[in-house]
Design a binder for this molecule. Sequence first.
Ligand code: GDP
Ligand code: GDP
Ligand code: MG
Length: 289
Amino acid sequence: MAASWSLGGALRGMFQRATIDETTWEQLEDALIGADFGPDLADQLVEELRGQVARFRTTDPADLQRMLREALEERFARLDPTLTLSARPAVVLVVGVNGVGKTTTIGKFAKFLTNHGRSVLVGAADTFRAAAVEQLATWAERASATIVRPQQPGQDPASVAFQAVESAQRDGVEIVLIDTAGRLQTKSGLMDELSKVRRVVEKLSPIAEVLLVLDATTGQNGLAQAEAFIEHAGVTGLVLTKLDGSAKGGFVLAVQEKTGIPIKLVGQGEGISDLTGFNPTAFVAQLVG
Ligand code: GDP
Ligand code: GDP
Ligand code: MG
């Protein structure tokens, strides 16, 4: 079954035509923009492929499909999607705006790690809403992870993060995943709070990964979010969620190219197993068909 973000449907007409001509290029550009590659990247890809088609003197749309696949793979391969989790404990800070899927991602990721025999502790540094702590606690239980909660409502998130890492160090827990409150990238006070969480945790341990969660259905607006978080939170990897509900697979490449930060995890559903590492080759195969 084709994923909803696949270009397959939009490109099918193009690949079924007998030749490559101006209509082909228009259809390709429309398909790329429709899939949210963004105008810059769509233009670059069309120009690059036009050049190749001319150089190889081909008029066969099947060649163009293969060239598109290779061009996308080559772009994805420029950044390494591997998570760096070898430190003990490996501390992972999860950040992003409200509702993108931070807490859900932590739940799924914790489950993935405990399935692979790692011990996991989650830190409920989203102290802004009491319900947020309960939501994380439910995921922790399903994932067989331990949780460090605030000792009182509204406790300083930096202090909960500190206690989570301290507890993992004391008990020899291998991976610490820290949940944070959603914040708009335009609220500088809240962005400073993130810097503070980092600073305080680093008194105990280097931070292995800062993962910025982006909702694929928000498309290009996600880019503005990404830039502010990168500036304030030292983001080392991107998590793209809700790809299951998105027709915008191209956003994945657009955001990676604009930020220079690799996508490391992909969420495709609300279930506990709906999270995978990012595999560029498999992704491109699904995207282009
Ligand atoms: P947070 O505010 O960033 O912590 O976001 P939550 O983890 O609370 O998630 C917000 C909503 O998005 C919830 O209803 C989740 O079930 C949903 N969600 C998270 N990840 C995904 C995903 O990959 N696919 C879909 N369809 N929904 C998701
Ligand atoms: P400042 O507020 O900019 O001065 O930042 P600090 O680095 O002094 O951190 C202030 C807050 O972070 C404190 O109120 C604590 O909540 C938390 N914090 C910092 N260091 C520690 C620590 O050693 N233990 C605990 N539990 N919390 C800490
Ligand atoms: Mg949350």
